[in-house]
Design a protein around this ligand. Structure first.
Ligand code: GAR
Length: 195
């Protein structure tokens, strides 16, 4: 198997950049061959252009249906011979169409210790809940929201003096090391399974 990754993202793209940086540093043996962005003009698009990664920018509302949107995405994944899809702040549910095309080959990162605080605001929800620790989870996706087999998760402390900003920065710092490392382990595992 080759190690051709498509990263899907909707926003800032710090995880996208962390993945690209680890590829460049030689600690992640993969090629980031495509960025798929569902929010045209999001900052992650500039990051990809700066890194020389081809971009597919699409607004799903311009399509007749979710299936039409995903079919267009899937066609591009095939064109770029993508092996593994990496969701990195992609704020959209992946439908069965893509899941069927990439069974057990779509990874997601979530900024909480699942099943705690699923959804779009994992950091904010943990902050407001006043917990002493939250975390970061990398998992394979299934039909649910932030569910699916967990590949790795780590705890991140929340200190009494934390503001939302300091907690967010700590979680992102963990994500930027954890995600490339888990992607590398995942690629090694499927390679040794001979798939
Ligand atoms: C990350 O914290 C990621 O874990 C989260 O979005 C952020 C994207 O940041 N994903 C989710 O909440 C998925 N439910 P980034 O655009 O700077 O990488």
């Amino acid at each position: 198997m080759s190690r051709r990754l498509a990263v899907f993202a909707s926003g800032t793209g710090t995880n996208f950049s962390a993945i690209v940086d680890h590829v460049r540093a030689g600690s992640l043996h993969a090629d980031v061959v495509l960025l798929v962005c569902d929010r045209p003009g999001a900052p992650v698009v500039e990051r990809a252009r700066g890194a020389g990664v081809p971009v597919l920018e699409l607004a799903p509302r311009r399509f007749a249906s979710k299936a039409d949107y995903e079919q267009t995405v899937l066609d591009r994944l095939r064109l770029y011979r993508v092996d593994v899809v990496v969701l990195a702040g992609y704020m959209r549910i992946v439908t069965p169409l893509l899941m069927a095309a990439y069974p057990n080959r779509i990874l997601n990162i979530h900024p909480a210790y699942l099943p705690e605080f699923p959804g779009k605001q994992g950091i904010l929800d943990a902050f407001h809940a006043g917990v002493a620790q939250t975390g970061v989870t990398v998992h394979l996706i299934d039909e649910g929201v932030d569910s699916g087999p967990i590949l790795r998760q780590v705890r991140v402390p929340r200190y009494p003096e934390d503001t939302l900003d300091t907690l967010e920065a700590r979680i992102h710092g963990v994500e930027h090391e954890l995600y490339p490392a888990v992607i590398e382990s995942f690629l090694n595992a499927i390679e040794s399974e001979g798939q």
